[in-house]
Design a protein around this ligand. Structure first.
Ligand SMILES: N[C@@H](CCC(=O)N[C@@H](CS)C(=O)NCC(=O)O)C(=O)O
Ligand SMILES: [Fe+2]
Length: 364
């Protein structure tokens, strides 16, 4: 597996990349908007496909790159449902499990206190605690609905009960420390080790920290996955209110849900449509697949960059035009047709069986 701890020195924020070099699935935890180009370059350098961006909470001190990464790469954004970030694709709940690559699991542990929607992510032997538990400290609880008692309870009952050797990767560190462990924090964290709930609450109520510099800008932006005001309206349109808010982790589930909402046509029907009318034909596979062979006249529009690139294709400017989409076997094209519907195209059709079915119809 690929694991990288990235650092934003402006806000002392840690971002984490977890990826599988075989399946190419990648996940980013707490990405920062100013680093978007670095993330894209990093993903590209390993040939990775970003599947999810996950937030530990609605941050007060920096703006997330989640919304931009959705626009640019099609990655789904995940934020706790208690964060009030309604444009996030996945409204995360305690106990949710994100599956990626071949059986890699990221488990969600609700750790409220710094904010009501703060969560931690457990992957293999490491836990990403956001600002719930920091190295030798913890996130403040004096704004954004913070609650010191809740923070004490979740740290002592949920995080400190993980195996001692579990590595703790925090959301920030203001002294250039990178990683800790559950045992180290349980036994040495000055706010928690040997402290009662009352003592902890007393400490937290007397920190007297200045307000984060960017709070007035960051909190509202992060509730829209970091998008600025001009982009928010689009984000609302993109979010499909008819999809369940619960997470669907398996691609097959997403495809099955998409197929309920879109219209599929057979290869024979597709051929007829192409002969009879002026429709747009879209190949939504990757560039390399397209280069290896495609249906004559098809426009290349890979699903991962669909929302991002569609505006540059004049053939797709008319949203009432019939658009026939295909991929290799019909899964990605169903998802792409669904996305087009969400973008306001009312005649997007997916070709069942994809290019494979098309090729066998020519030889049979
Ligand atoms: N000086 C920083 C303060 C950042 C801050 O308050 N960070 C929050 C997390 S969002 C916190 O809990 N800090 C804990 C601490 O400073 O001990 C800024 O202006 O951004
Ligand atoms: Fe925070």
């Amino acid at each position: 597996m690929i694991f990288k701890q990235l650092f934003d020195q402006e806000t002392w924020t840690y971002t984490y990349l977890i990826a599988d070099p075989v399946s190419k699935d990648a996940v980013l935890i707490d990405p920062v908007n100013t680093h978007i180009e670095n993330y894209i370059a990093l993903l590209e350098s390993h040939g990775l496909q970003l599947k999810y961006t996950l937030e530990t909470h609605v941050h007060a001190d920096h703006i997330t790159a989640g919304g931009l990464l959705r626009q640019r790469l099609g990655a789904q954004t995940g934020v706790s449902q208690l964060c009030g970030a309604e444009t996030a694709d996945i409204q995360i709940q305690d106990g949710d499990v994100f599956e990626f690559a071949d059986g890699e699991l990221i488990k969600v542990i609700a750790t409220p206190g710094h904010t009501p929607g703060s969560i931690s992510f457990l992957w293999r032997d490491r836990v990403f605690t956001g600002d719930s538990l920091l190295i030798g400290g913890c996130g403040r609880t004096d704004f954004q609905g913070g609650n010191a008692g809740a923070q004490y309870d979740c740290i002592t009952q949920r995080l400190f009960t993980l195996p001692d050797e579990t590595l703790v990767y925090p959301g920030h560190d203001y002294q250039q420390r990178w990683v800790s462990s559950i045992m180290q924090e349980r036994t040495t964290n000055p706010r928690l080790a040997g402290k009662s709930r009352e003592q902890f609450i007393d400490i937290m109520n007397n920190l007297n920290l200045p307000k984060p510099r960017l709070i007035d800008e960051a909190v509202p932006a992060n509730r829209y996955c970091g998008l600025d005001e001009n982009e928010r309206q689009d984000a609302i349109v993109l979010r499909d209110e008819t999809l369940p808010l619960r997470i669907t982790t398996k691609t097959e589930d997403l495809v099955a849900a998409a197929k309920q909402q879109i219209t599929e046509v057979t290869v024979e029907q597709a051929k007829q449509l192409l002969e009879e009318s002026n429709i747009a034909l879209v190949d939504t596979r990757e560039e390399s697949e397209y280069a290896a062979g495609h249906i004559n006249g098809a426009l290349l529009l890979p699903r991962g960059v669909l929302e991002f690139k569609i505006g540059s294709l004049p053939e797709l400017a008319d949203k009432s035009k019939t658009i026939l989409i295909y991929c290799r076997t019909g899964g990605r094209s169903a998802l792409a047709a669904q996305t087009l519907q969400q973008l306001g195209y009312n005649n997007a059709l997916s070709m069942a069986g994809g290019f494979e079915a098309w090729k066998s119809s020519l030889t049979s």
